[in-house]
Write a protein that binds this ligand. Structure first.
Ligand code: FE2
Length: 372
């Protein structure tokens, strides 16, 4: 990297936090129904043929501060279909709130980022939304969203009344996007970390090498970057093991790099997982040995151990505190993107103590798919 413009403000310092995550899917209505009925999201806005859009249908789903958008193409020529044909359903746009979309975009471009969409505006009766987008790993992009002159709830083109009826279930207490993890190509982890550090101005928070994250069969390398204002993104690459790494399975089935999982924070994980399980959400299951071991190892923590074990919730502890977490099975047909539910009790890590147990659980599922 020799062409960096060191005079501009780094993009990371202009990101105020997560705006939304957009999924491209084959059937937006069905995915919206799954996220409402199983996870307790509410559909709060909609755009489609009824609102003057002829080529896509989009549902905005909200719970706590979390905003997901699920979008499907309606015509064979829609670029959404091209994406779905190649990757299956996936998280395509990781969007951030900014003060000035053009300034953030220009800073990123001048420092070496690739344009995904030059600055543009969308206007309706509620004002003007200003946006711009850059590319990141695979076909994933980052949209910068400036809402300062827009007073509607989401985006021009969306309606918030007369929404199509959807299945409904009570929210389960999911509050915020905690972190979003990307899987990148073998051997490219350091390049993508350099993109987030040098181009975007993120800081490296942690790094785990293949010796720290390995089971008997497979291994991965992982580096976590953060902008220190709520945007934290671990990045993984496969490493050589006896068998096929779960990251390699992702890359093979997603057919390239992309978002591996989205971690959603809650302050009552026991309640959240209880509700999710009662609605049939499937999780990766640790074995009985895991709970025997963790209850001994972390016995000094004052936790509702019986409830945690009964619900299969994983526990990790580090010097700054503990965290509770659980991972769903992939939420798409291909074994690609999944959701993590996390409750932090002071710990700022990602459950490193659980990695081995977790990956062994993933490998049991991989083996069932014939992919190990
Ligand atoms: Fe995670």
């Amino acid at each position: 990297m020799t062409t960096l413009d060191q005079t501009t403000t780094v993009p990371a310092s202009l990101l105020q936090g997560w705006d939304s995550i957009e999924f491209y899917v084959g059937n937006a209505r069905a995915t919206a129904g799954f996220l409402t009925a199983a996870f307790g999201f509410r559909v709060t806005a909609y755009a489609g043929p009824e609102t003057g859009r002829n080529d896509t249908a989009s549902y905005l789903l909200e719970q706590g501060d979390i905003r997901f958008v699920v979008t499907a193409g309606l015509t064979p020529s829609s670029p959404i279909w091209g994406h779905v044909r190649e990757h299956g359903d996936g998280a395509q746009d990781l969007a951030f709130v900014v003060d000035d979309a053009t300034a953030t975009y220009e800073s990123a471009i001048s420092r070496g980022a690739t344009s995904a969409r030059e600055p543009y505006e969308l206007t309706d009766d509620h004002g003007t939304l200003r946006l711009a987008a850059i590319g990141t790993y695979g076909e994933t992009k980052h949209t910068f969203v400036d809402r300062s002159d827009y007073h509607g709830s989401y985006c021009p083109g969306f309606v918030t009344t007369g929404l199509p009826p959807e299945p409904r279930a009570e929210p389960v207490g999911l509050e915020r996007i905690d972190h979003v993890v990307g899987n990148v190509e073998t051997g490219k982890l350091d390049e993508w970390v350099a993109f987030y550090e040098d181009v975007m101005g993120f800081r490296q928070l942690r790094h785990f090498d293949e010796h720290q994250i390995a089971t008997e069969y497979s291994a991965l390398r992982s580096t976590v970057v953060t902008n220190d204002s709520g945007v934290t993104m671990p990045l993984n690459e496969p490493a050589k093991g006896l068998k096929r790494s779960q990251i390699q399975e992702y890359l093979d089935t997603y057919r390239g790099p992309g978002v591996q999982h989205i971690a959603l924070g809650t302050s009552d994980i026991v309640q959240a997982i209880g509700a999710l399980r009662s609605r049939g959400v499937r999780f990766l299951e640790a074995n009985a040995e895991y709970f025997r071991d963790v209850r001994q190892r972390l016995a000094f923590l004052d936790l509702p151990w019986d409830a945690l074990e009964q619900l299969g919730i994983l526990v990790d502890h580090e010097s700054d505190g503990h965290l509770l977490q659980l991972f769903t099975e992939p939420i798409t047909d291909r074994p690609t993107v999944f959701i993590e539910i996390i409750q932090r009790g002071g710990a700022t890590g990602f459950g490193e103590g659980n990695f081995k147990a977790l990956f062994e659980s993933i490998e049991r599922e991989q083996d069932k798919r014939g992919n190990l």
